[in-house]
Write a protein that binds this ligand. Structure first.
Ligand code: UDH
Ligand code: MN
Length: 350
């Protein structure tokens, strides 16, 4: 009899234990089973890098466990739109370019949270905009490394669905910043349905993440206050450095002119195009739109071209026929890095 009772008790204990395990495994809140797995990642990086890495931290960590627990192949329900003001912003950032950083080191820091080609989107809400960041480029890998190190975490905290496109001018002909921007626009659109385009120099890093890389009703100029110019805007018509246009705005102005070879004028010409097409520009507050420019000299094959200044007087004449609708180029190579997409192009320099 005693033996029978023992067996019954043992069986009922086993049954209870099994029920509890099944409950846990099927529970909606799988963190009960896998406590604090995502948090450990954050804590770990905080321990190792301390305050220095504050700008990299993304407060909200994707709920990996929930995805793992889902058993059926049903499509996930649509996520709510991200808040208008992202909650994870930290404000002023510590930015310095004295530290030597290698691309591989930056890959090690950020690669695991990015998708191939330098893509990212918020894991827990639907981004308000799909943003392509276009960087005109030739032989500035050191600058690009700093830029990627600082910008990816900022763009993530700003909850954008974004991709970084580095448009590399092949060969050593006269540099054409504007044409590279047009090429970036066309090539990025072949990949994804972007609705906002950031045209950014490789050497400009924002020092406040409240400066949102998001388009608005009018073309937007973000690099308002740069350290190199004592944090003052050079002119009320300035539109170089970092500027944003929606797809529609950029199409409306026929993109940049393709004919500004060498340094200068293409940004003023784009400003003129915006005015000619009946738009105006907006800027964030100068107290927020602050930048550091990585110190550099003048590059080879990008000397000041005096013809460019003359051409900015003729924007209204040229806008119709010179721009996206007359763009000619050859793609030499497309390289997918985890931090960026590099598109090398022959811009048919004279
Ligand atoms: N760029 C390159 N490679 C080049 C030339 C230009 O990548 O060889 C790109 C890069 O994104 C750069 C942008 O084009 O940020 C604009 O060029 P820039 O940085 O040379 O223009 P900026 O107005 O400087 O900053 C002009 C020369 C400053 C000389 C200062 C000497 N004290
Ligand atoms: Mn520069």
């Amino acid at each position: 009899m005693k033996k029978k009772i023992t067996i019954i008790l043992a069986l009922s204990a086993l049954f209870t234990l099994t029920c509890f395990t099944v409950f846990l495994l099927h529970s909606k809140d799988a963190s009960l089973v896998f406590p604090s797995l995502p948090q450990q990642v954050v804590k770990g990086s905080r321990r190792v890098f301390g305050k220095m890495m504050d700008h990299i931290r993304v407060k909200k960590i994707p709920d990996v466990s929930r995805k793992t627990a889902a058993t059926s192949a049903q499509p996930a329900p649509p996520l709510d739109p991200c808040p208008d003001s992202p909650l994870s912003l930290v404000g002023p950032l510590l930015v310095e370019f004295e530290t030597i950083r290698s691309l591989q080191w930056v890959r090690n820091q950020l690669g695991s949270v990015l998708q191939q080609g330098g893509r990212h989107k918020p894991p827990d809400c639907t981004a308000r905009q799909k943003v392509a960041v276009i960087i005109p480029f030739r032989n500035r890998y050191e600058h690009l490394t700093h830029w990627l190190y600082y910008l990816h975490p900022v763009l993530m905290r700003q909850q954008l669905d974004y991709g970084v496109y580095v448009i590399n001018q092949d060969g050593d002909g006269a540099f054409n910043r504007a044409k590279l921007m047009n090429i970036g626009f066309v090539e990025a659109l072949k990949e994804y349905d972007y609705d906002c385009f950031v045209f950014s120099d490789v050497d400009l890093v924002p020092i406040d993440d409240r400066n949102l890389y998001r388009c608005s009703d009018h073309p937007r100029h973000l690099s308002v206050a740069i350290d190199k110019f004592n944090y003052r805007l050079s002119s009320v018509t300035a539109f170089g450095g970092v500027s944003l246009l929606t797809k529609e705005q950029f199409l409306k102005v026929n993109g940049f002119s393709n004919t500004f070879w060498g340094w200068g004028g293409e940004d003023d010409d784009l400003y003129n195009r915006i005015i000619v097409r009946g738009m105006s520009i907006t800027r964030p507050d100068a107290g927020i739109a602050k930048y550091k420019m990585i110190k550099h000299g003048r590059d080879l094959h990008n000397e000041v071209n005096p013809e460019n200044a003359v051409k900015t007087q003729k924007t209204a004449e040229n806008i119709e026929t010179d721009g996206l609708n007359s763009l000619n180029f050859t793609v030499k190579e497309i390289l997918k890095d985890v931090l960026f997409t590099l598109i090398s192009v022959d811009v048919q320099a004279p």
